[in-house]
Write a protein that binds this ligand. Structure first.
Ligand SMILES: [Zn+2]
Length: 516
């Protein structure tokens, strides 16, 4: 198929944009808005459109149309080669940047912005001063708004690194067929694709954690896929091959989170959308593990406004019980690469377990500063639960912030709970679906807990009853911290049935626990 970088490609993109502003109107938001603090000026006049340089512009509240680039920096070795703006290079960037010095994705974004007759472009690495902690913190806090206000977000869907470029020839599974119909010359037959042509694995861009909010907060996105271009706005999705559907099909990751951020929605739908976003987000990868909470900051800020609650390192004060009961999911670790011919099921199972143990041994138990009760401390995929009935009392919940609250940057945090505590002997083991611990001392009953990590310090653990839901009872698995009287780390979750619950409550002691 012809490259997206063609007259036909740009005509179609312009047509999509015009259709959106004429037919969807305010649902998809204004196309002109206050520009970000800094943008790249790609030139306005026709003769400037071919200029070999662009320059970084300080905007001082000016209003205009602009595009924003959503892209992968790539693995650390590639990411370190990405051109950035730093305090010493700021003045030079303002006088001019040679386009040929930029990574291919940036060059492609400049080309597209010019062809769409838009003058300004926002790219994170050039428009945020990367060596200034204060500028980074301030601009990272506004990033969600920048994607939300952009006339169009350019999504480099098919580019695994900044250097890959996204304006290349596309491939298609279509086949040219000559059909005996005189009014048409030929047809391009292809199978009906899934939304965005998704097959078994998501495109490189959608494996990146930052992109969850870049896409969910954007108003309008022009995706450059390996096969075709896609238009996605808060109302509709259109494929280049003509396939169309309403944005709600891809709930909740699409622009406006299926209307949650734009329309008046039932509060339960807002909560459910938040937890679905956390589940999706937790599967994504980050170049810097320290970005685990900041990369969700734009969405946290929007949901904070909608829910009117305090954000505590990835959880919400008014919904703390549900927030605490996340469970480790083994998506990424459970896959075992390749089959060995003749390999027995038991051997494959053993290999999978070994993979989980290896992955766990490489991961820090708790990401610096993030309390163990936050899903963000795990640094991997989690499941969340629906609304439950709380059975414990929350005495206190607090974090020590080291940046704006919604960025989730904290040096520590603690939650004090009053309720039923059980101490029990456990036997740890690893299943193909992740680490487990079975409880001893309850006769023939063997409740099994889902553990956050493979290792542990002791043979016994503490179980704290947090919530119930019809016939199920939910507990946090805790480990007493060394030297700190009464302080615990969260190390897992346990779900019991009626019989197990009865047996555990018989030996439960009413206690106060502080989880850090
Ligand atoms: Zn629209």
């Amino acid at each position: 198929m012809q490259s997206a970088n063609s007259e036909t490609g740009y005509r179609l993109a312009m047509h999509w944009q015009q259709g959106c502003s004429q037919l969807h109107g305010s649902r998809c938001g204004p196309t002109v808005s206050v520009l970000p603090t800094r943008v790249l000026d790609v030139g306005e006049e026709v003769d400037e459109q071919n200029a070999e340089t662009v320059n970084l512009l300080l905007t001082y509240g000016k209003e205009d149309r602009y595009t924003a680039l959503s892209h992968c920096w790539g693995p650390p070795a590639e990411a370190s080669k990405v051109i950035v703006t730093t305090t010493p290079s700021l003045a030079a960037r303002q006088t001019g940047i040679l386009i040929s010095d930029l990574p291919q994705n940036f060059q492609d974004a400049i080309t597209v912005t010019r062809r769409l007759k838009i003058r300004y472009l926002w790219v994170d690495s050039l428009c945020i001063i990367q060596d200034s902690a204060s500028d980074w913190s301030e601009e990272a806090g506004k990033m969600g708004d920048y994607y939300s206000r952009a006339t169009i977000t350019l999504s480099a869907l098919c580019a695994p690194t900044s250097h890959s470029g996204f304006l290349r020839d596309r491939w298609t599974e279509g086949r040219q067929l000559d059909l005996p119909l005189q009014e048409f010359e030929n047809f391009n037959i292809r199978k009906v694709t899934n939304p965005f042509g998704l097959a078994s694995s998501p495109p490189p861009l959608w494996q990146r954690a930052w992109v969850v909010q870049e896409r969910a907060l954007a108003s309008r996105i022009l995706h450059f896929g390996a096969e075709q271009m896609y238009w996605e706005c808060r109302t509709a999705v259109v494929h280049e091959d003509g396939w169309k559907y309403s944005t709600s099909v891809d709930s909740p990751l699409g622009p406006g989170c299926s209307g949650v951020l734009t329309g008046k929605k039932h509060v339960e739908k807002v909560w459910n959308t938040w937890y679905k976003l956390v589940e999706q987000y937790s599967k994504r990868t980050l170049t810097k593990e320290s970005d685990r909470l900041p990369a969700l900051g734009g969405l946290a800020s929007k949901f904070g406004q909608l829910l009117g609650s305090e954000y505590l390192a990835g959880l919400w004060r008014v919904d703390l019980i549900r927030g605490l009961l996340w469970t480790r999911r083994n998506d990424s670790n459970s896959k075992v690469a390749g089959y060995t011919k003749g390999e027995k099921y038991s051997e494959r199972r053993a290999r999978r377990i070994l993979n989980i143990e290896k992955a766990d041994s490489m991961r820090p138990t708790v990401t610096a500063g993030i309390p163990s009760w936050s899903w963000a401390a795990l640094g991997g995929p989690v499941n969340t639960l629906p609304q439950l009935v709380a059975v414990c009392e929350i005495e206190e919940a607090k974090v020590t912030l080291t940046g704006p609250a919604f960025l989730g940057l904290v040096s520590n945090g603690e939650i004090k709970l009053l309720g039923s505590l059980v101490k029990a002997e456990v036997e740890r083991f690893t299943k193909p679906t992740g680490p487990r611990a079975s409880l001893r001392g309850f006769g023939s009953l063997r409740p099994v807990a889902v553990m956050d990590f493979v290792g542990t310090r002791s043979d016994s653990s503490y179980f704290f009853h947090v919530a119930s839901d019809k016939m199920k009872y939910y507990w946090l698995v805790l480990e007493l911290c060394e030297g700190e009287a009464g302080e615990y780390h969260r190390i897992g979750t346990l779900c019991t049935n009626n019989e197990e619950q009865e047996a555990m409550l018989k030996i439960a002691v009413n206690s106060k626990v502080t989880i850090i």
